[in-house]
Write a protein that binds this ligand. Structure first.
Ligand code: PMP
Length: 379
């Protein structure tokens, strides 16, 4: 123990110059911005030290949980959808107009925050199996919240069985604004105009792979559409949780594994503890970039939980379930590409949004654990 501490201290001393040098080399703190909406975007891109050291690749994470309004990647999307609706005259700032949305949480939180900032009401419908802290937060923000039964586990995930989307659409009845993140193309355009160019600039145009999960598909489509024309050799990879049909769609061009479906009229879909990604239909936002997705990695709940614990244990990075899926897939792709490659992935939200569900299952990370990456990979 003491030897380890001594060696860590020596390491720290020897890099002291380099660390302060880096701080001086930065362009200085960001300028003053107007309102909380000014704190959206321009998130840091940082090296995940443990995974980079283990794989010999540079594994970089876009810290989307640091977006300033709703504290997730969905801030970009919510702002983009609201601004488009304002341009189209559907929403008028400070009018008290209502924004309706069906959401697993993050988009609702971003919309509810921005609704406050811009003088709207937010009416959010969400599946009742999502982490309770998300709906509690929505209530604190003054949103109207409808928790609806989660979609029945059937072959096709569509409007007919997504009660949250159905309800928000129905309640809107043409009076307010149904944001419709799955089909609204202002979603992928937010990443095309924001996350994509930021990643390209932060990497000085050098990266080999981009990895993201898809909930609406906005992130992967928007970033891929920006980066691919600039970097034709870039590998774009979908990170897909268990139970999602997109993995098969990317790998084999079909939503469902036909073998699994044979003999059963309705193949039971596997459920997942992962929130925000994984879906069983091609949304407009996934459609927008699906030809640009080169590969897919399927990640089980056990693997996501093991990776989430690893990142706390080794790096002090406390993230949500979809980010854990992304990081697991990043390691798989690092192994596939071999050492020396630069891989960028997304940390969509913080672990604090997942305390009651995903992190309850992950348990506490002990103080004196020494997990091997091979244990995580074989989880
Ligand atoms: N992570 C979290 C926590 C999310 O809420 C979402 C969106 N539902 C995603 C990832 C996926 O992003 P996208 O919708 O852009 O595919």
């Amino acid at each position: 123990g003491k030897d380890l501490l001594d060696s860590r201290r020596r390491q720290k001393d020897s890099t002291k110059g380099a660390i302060s040098g880096q701080l001086i080399a930065r362009s200085g703190p960001p300028a003053i911005v107007d309102g909380i909406e000014g704190c959206i975007g321009n998130t840091p891109l940082f090296r995940i030290k443990s995974l980079s050291d283990e794989t010999g690749c540079e594994i970089l994470a876009k810290a989307e949980f640091l977006n300033g309004a709703g504290q997730s990647s969905k801030d970009r999307v919510a702002l983009s959808m609201i601004e488009l609706a304002e341009e189209q005259g559907i929403l008028t700032p400070y009018s008290g107009d209502t924004i309706y949305e069906g959401t697993s949480g993050s988009t609702g939180i971003s919309l509810a925050t921005l609704a406050r900032a811009k003088g709207y009401l937010a009416h959010i419908c969400m599946p009742s199996d999502q982490a309770i802290e998300k709906s509690n937060l929505l209530l604190k923000l003054g949103a109207i919240v409808d928790r609806v039964p989660p979609a029945p586990i059937v072959e096709k995930d569509n409007f007919v069985n997504r009660g949250d989307i159905q309800l928000s659409n129905r309640m809107n009845r043409g009076r307010g604004f149904f944001a419709d993140q799955f089909e609204n193309e202002a979603n992928w355009r937010a990443h095309y105009g924001g996350s994509g160019p930021e990643i390209y600039a932060q990497c000085n145009g050098r990266l080999d792979a981009f990895i993201a999960g898809a909930g609406t598909g906005g992130t992967i489509s928007g970033v891929a559409r920006y980066l691919k024309p600039l970097l034709p050799n870039l590998t774009v990879v979908l990170a897909d949780p268990q139970g999602s049909g997109l993995y098969n769609r990317v790998r084999f061009g079909v939503m469902f594994d036909l073998k699994e479906r044979e003999g059963t009229r309705r193949r039971r879909q596997v459920d997942t503890i992962v929130e925000g990604i994984g879906i069983n239909r091609v949304t407009a936002n996934f459609e927008a970039g699906k030809e640009l997705v080169d590969d897919a990695v399927r990640v089980t709940d056990a693997q996501a939980l093991a990776m989430a614990r690893w990142l706390v244990e080794k790096d002090g990075i406390f993230i949500g379930s979809s980010s854990a899926v992304n990081c697991f897939a990043a390691v798989k792709i690092a192994q596939k590409l071999g050492p020396g490659h630069r891989i960028v992935t997304v940390l969509s939200d913080s672990g604090s949004r997942h305390l009651s569900r995903f992190w309850a299952k992950a348990g506490d990370v002990g103080g004196a654990v020494d997990t091997k990456l091979s244990d995580v990979l074989s989880a």
